[in-house]
Design a protein around this ligand. Structure first.
Ligand code: PMP
Length: 426
């Protein structure tokens, strides 16, 4: 039973708690969630439930309070919730690594288990820089990416987020200086592919890697692009001795209609990051996968180890739930479920195209986006969605949804109605 009344809880929240991307404590009024089950969040103020249109930021693909994931957590909890991973290993981590290698694009064989998406990107960057350093080419230490990207909130990931108008603009000039090309157009354009090739070629001597979100740029603008650009990147990176990193933290585990977005192009990167839906949104865990070429390169160096090992790497509880979540996904016809969500989003969001102020409506897999021609009024748009009984988190010029794959027809219709209402009123 909750110990605090909603009012007392909110008073303490206002006093002490700093929320993600929030102003200082006290300047924000969050909703209090009491519990979550299926696709619904139950509010503590007695006002009822909201259908979750966000999957808790791409992650809760199976919904909340899932019996299979609960059981995996309980079983593992009874055995061991955490143990240091340096010098020790355990079944959940080993099973998870094997599962990931089996389903990842061919050639990714080694797995570092991290505790958040941002950290998995830090690890990816370290791997690439260390690889070239080990091969006696330390000048290759910059990263190339396209604009409009988002890779996390720690230092190296921030340096490859969109540098303008993005979330980390404040830090330009302080962050490591990376190489940016234009954001990729939605459709394949040979002239843009040429731009990409030329940029990689021009900077090859100083580039450790190209890092991109494949097919969907998420928090940097919810834009989609042709998978053909991934093949262009693979070719140009191979031709000029540059590693290729795919950040599949948002796109992984079926969200775009393929298990990994890289599968749309049948391209294997040298390094790949996954997170978010890895544990079905239950626990904080992410992973960085790499090829034997990268691992063997690192081990040839003066320092032959990957020097990364914060306390909670390889957490067994998170790994056990991740195994259960991935197996749950693979054990069902997830393609059909994502397709069903895609169809529902296309039908339900179509009316938004004629709402004044809407620039574009786009849908891919279980992702639906309404882009406005103006900055959204976040409070008004959120209120409109809540009035429809749905939780959304509009930002910048975007109202968007990525529902859990288990969302039923009626709830999906509710979500699309809420997106349309938020677009109208935001
Ligand atoms: N990369 C991408 C593509 C993401 O969408 C995110 C999270 N929004 C991250 C990295 C960072 O992951 P985390 O929030 O788990 O640190």
């Amino acid at each position: 039973m909750p110990e605090l009344s909603v009012d007392a809880l909110l008073a303490l929240d206002r006093q002490h708690v700093w929320h993600p991307y929030g102003p200082m404590p006290g300047r924000q009024e969050p909703l209090v969630v009491e519990s979550a089950s299926g696709v619904r969040l139950r509010l503590a103020d007695g006002s009822g439930e909201l259908v979750d249109g966000m999957s808790s930021w791409w992650s809760a693909i199976h919904g909340y309070n899932h019996p299979v994931l609960n059981e995996a957590a309980h079983e593992q909890l009874a055995r061991m919730s955490h143990v240091m991973f340096g010098g020790l290993t355990h079944e959940p981590a080993v099973r998870l690594a094997k599962l990931l290698v089996d389903i990842a694009p061919d050639g990714l064989e080694h797995v570092f288990l991290a505790d958040s998406g941002s950290v998995s990107v830090e690890v990816a960057v370290k791997m690439c820089l260390q690889y070239w350093r080990s091969l006696g080419r330390p000048a290759k230490r910059r990263l190339l990416t396209w604009r409009g990207g988002y890779h996390g909130d720690t230092w190296q990931p921030m340096s490859v987020c969109d540098p303008e108008g993005g979330m980390h603009e404040l830090w330009q000039g302080v962050l490591p200086r990376q190489v940016f090309t234009e954001a990729p157009p939605a459709a394949y354009e040979e002239s843009y592919a040429e731009q990409l090739r030329a940029a990689v070629e021009r900077h090859a001597d100083e580039l450790a890697a190209v890092i991109v979100e494949p097919v969907v740029q998420g928090a940097g603008g919810m834009r989609f692009h042709s998978p053909a650009y991934l093949r262009v990147l693979r070719e140009v990176c191979d031709a000029h001795d540059v590693l290729l990193v795919f950040d599949e933290i948002a796109t992984g585990f079926g969200r775009t209609g393929a298990l990994f977005a890289a599968d749309h192009a049948a391209v294997t990167p040298d390094v790949m990051c996954v997170g978010k839906a890895l544990t079905g949104g239950y626990m904080t865990m992410a992973a960085t996968l790499c090829t034997p070429r990268v691992a063997e390169g690192i081990s040839r160096g003066e320092v032959p180890v990957l020097a990364h090992g914060p306390t909670f790497m390889g957490n067994p509880l998170a790994a056990a739930v991740a195994c259960a979540s991935v197996e749950l996904l693979l054990g069902q016809d997830w393609q059909a479920e994502v397709k069903r969500i895609e169809t529902g989003l296309r039908e339900g969001l179509a009316p938004a195209a004629s709402v004044p102020g809407v620039r574009e409506v786009r849908v891919l897999g279980a992702i639906g986006v309404v882009q406005l021609d103006h900055e959204v009024d976040m409070a008004a748009a959120t209120r409109a969605a809540v009035r429809e009984g749905v939780w959304l988190r509009p930002f910048r010029d975007l109202v968007y949804t990525m529902p859990p794959y288990v969302t039923g027809e009626a709830d999906l219709a509710r979500i699309t109605r809420a997106v349309c209402a938020a677009a109208r009123e935001g």
